[in-house]
Design a protein around this ligand. Structure first.
Ligand code: TEU
Length: 606
């Protein structure tokens, strides 16, 4: 077992306004996508025993907590984000005993475990939903059931209650012949939305959460939690039901309007979150709650995460992840750096004195940031830009999240054919856009998928250069569920572990710095030269201590902009470099010329 060096942020330094400072005030969280992390039984899917066997690796990396994507019992329509039993583990991942073993060992190593909580919807195979199909059942009102549009034959084309489309294709309404009505599904038709207006639903969710906390988990990452309160009128009607104003809603390229505006940050969100806080977390300590924050503005984030309001500890905001997308997520455009800086700065400014930010560039829904915004054209630039993006993110204020493989510089999958993809969103979008709505041709849609499909981040973790990258045994019964990236021979844990110049070693330093330096953990953020198109610079400060962060987010040599140059007017003193992806002499020479090499990045005490 490793002994962990970790200073906490002194309580005299304000983090989110809570006192004492919570443990996550200077923590780093690591996200595990269990299917793709480590397979222990050769079935081609990662599992809990696999994760347990890799905990020492994570302890050495230095992370404080794991966010575990869903491992509950599930038909796996959306890789576990469709849960059919909240109190059991899917056999694909193991058993409850395996979960207890994982918790026990993680805790012994000083690592907390935060479970994914998916309660905007269940699986259609969940017992609640099955019971709900009977109008006489006590569960009849647990989901959003609605009759066919007036004058239409139920179950026929166009008879859906309104024109909402599901996030994963087709209508957001599915007709159920047993009940003779439609149910709402914001995501796939196997993910019916729960009716949070019904107090029985809410209390069933709180009971389940308490059950997991009693079992030893340390908190929850709450899937699409900001969609739980839908905008209904006094009669309980959803917009557009039976005619109404949704007919005027813009219809997207694929012929549907979006239900999201009617559920993101809905009217009862604060009330539900406060109720959850009371019913689940009152009297408990040391947990973490982080919500997926679609539709939450930085200003609203400040309120929801202000400890005085008793809602959530932090949220994942989305605005900074959309800066290179236009309209549909499939329409990617090159990054215009000032857009990213301003989106991040707005989030940072809103948590200056109250509330808290979570920091991420990667997760299981996003393409790899290194392929998206870094430079993978040569091994040198790949390593340097991976470190630059890591430094950039980790020097902001908030709690950084590392998505598995990010710490070794994993890249997009490199798939070129539709049959290589497994993600339902990618496959459905292809058919809808290419075959049905004809908004993209096959070649351009394959290009879009190669850039932005969720499968880009879901390829197996690269542990070594063996056939299946150490994710599963070469002699395994089946191949990994998703192909291993061809670059596993260059990019893997084994190759990086002992190399002090690797991306992995750099991430260890980033994590250690957050633990030991309270300016990095809690310092006030100030953007510098916000409109510069290559250099991303900002300061972090507490009282007289001030750290300047400078990153060249480009593959060309860039001039240091005015304000940044002024802050560096005395040149670079090696002793004041907190962390950098180049040696101090090289940095000093660049700064002396007023230039920064491609992807150079450093944090400097000024
Ligand atoms: O994601 C919700 C979400 O808003 C998206 O990021 C979504 O996955 C999609 O990429 C939109 O284009 C959460 C989970 O993180 C995701 O994996 C699930 O599929 C989804 O909810 C449904 O549970």
């Amino acid at each position: 077992m490793t002994t962990r060096q970790r200073k906490t942020v002194p309580d005299t330094i304000r983090t989110n306004g809570a006192s004492p400072n919570p443990w996550w005030a200077n923590a780093v969280v690591y996200q595990i996508y269990p299917r793709s992390f480590q397979d222990s039984n050769g079935d081609g899917f990662g599992d809990l025993k696999g994760i347990t066997s890799r905990l020492e690796y994570l302890a050495e990396l230095g992370i404080d907590a794991i966010w575990l994507s869903p491992v509950y019992r599930s038909p796996q329509d959306d890789n576990g984000y469709d849960i059919s039993d909240y109190r059991d583990i899917d056999p694909m991942f193991g058993t409850l005993a395996d979960m207890d073993a994982l918790l026990g060992k993680a805790h012994a190593l000083g690592i907390k475990i935060v479970m994914d909580l998916v309660v905007n919807h269940t699986s259609d195979e969940h017992a609640w939903f099955q019971a709900s199909r009977d109008r006489q059942s006590p569960y009849a009102d647990w989901y959003w059931w609605r009759p066919a549009r007036e004058g239409c034959e139920p179950g026929t084309p166009g008879a859906e209650p309104n024109r909402w489309g599901g996030t994963f294709g087709g209508s957001a309404w599915q007709y159920d012949p047993v009940r003779g009505e439609y149910y709402l599904h914001t995501f796939s038709k196997k993910q019916p939305d729960l009716n949070w207006e019904n107090p029985d639903v809410r209390h069933a969710v709180y009971d389940m959460m308490n059950w997991w906390l009693d079992r030893g988990v340390d908190g929850f990452r709450m899937d699409v939690i900001t969609l739980i309160s839908k905008r209904i009128d006094a009669k309980g009607h959803l917009p557009g039901e039976f005619g109404g104003d949704i007919e005027d809603e813009p219809v997207g390229e694929e012929g549907y309007s979006s239900p999201w505006p009617f559920s993101m940050d809905g009217p009862r969100l604060d009330e539900f979150l406060q109720e959850m806080r009371r019913e689940v977390f009152a009297g408990r300590e040391g947990y973490l709650t982080v919500g997926e924050g679609q539709g939450i503005s930085p200003k609203r984030n400040e309120a929801i995460t202000d400890p005085a309001n008793n809602e959530l500890d932090m949220l994942f905001l989305f605005d900074h992840m959309g800066v290179d997308q236009r309209g549909a997520k499939w329409n990617m455009v090159p990054l215009h750096l000032p857009d990213l800086k301003h989106a991040m700065a707005e989030q940072q400014d809103a948590v200056r004195s109250k509330g808290w930010a979570s920091l991420y560039l990667n997760n299981h829904d996003q393409p790899r940031s290194l392929s998206r915004w870094g430079d993978t054209s040569s091994p040198e630039l790949r390593v340097k830009s991976a470190k630059a993006l890591g430094l950039l993110l980790h020097m902001h204020k908030g709690t950084p999240y590392i998505y598995q493989g990010e710490e070794i510089g994993m890249t997009n999958a490199g798939f070129t054919r539709l049959d290589q993809y497994q993600d339902l969103e990618s496959i459905n979008a292809y058919h809808q856009r290419v075959d049905e709505a004809h908004v993209q041709d096959a070649a351009s849609m394959l290009e879009s998928l190669a850039k932005v499909s969720r499968d880009n981040s879901r390829t197996p973790m690269q542990w070594d250069d063996s056939q299946f990258a150490g994710f599963t045994d070469p002699g395994a019964k089946t191949k990994p569920w998703l192909a291993v990236n061809a670059n596993k021979s260059q990019i893997n844990v084994d190759a990086e572990c002992a190399n002090p110049d690797s991306v992995l070693s750099f991430y260890r330093k980033l994590i250690a710095l957050r633990h030991s330096d309270s300016v990095i953990a809690a310092g006030v953020f100030q953007l510098v030269d916000g409109d510069d198109e290559c250099i991303y610079a900002f300061t972090r400060s507490i009282a007289e201590r001030r750290v300047l962060v400078v990153v060249n987010v480009s593959s060309k040599s860039a001039s240091l902009p005015v304000e940044t140059s002024l802050l560096l007017v005395n040149g670079i003193d090696a002793e004041k470099v907190l962390i950098a992806n180049e040696d101090s002499d090289a940095l000093a020479a660049q700064v002396a010329k007023g230039k920064l090499s491609p992807w150079s990045a450093f944090a400097y005490q000024i």
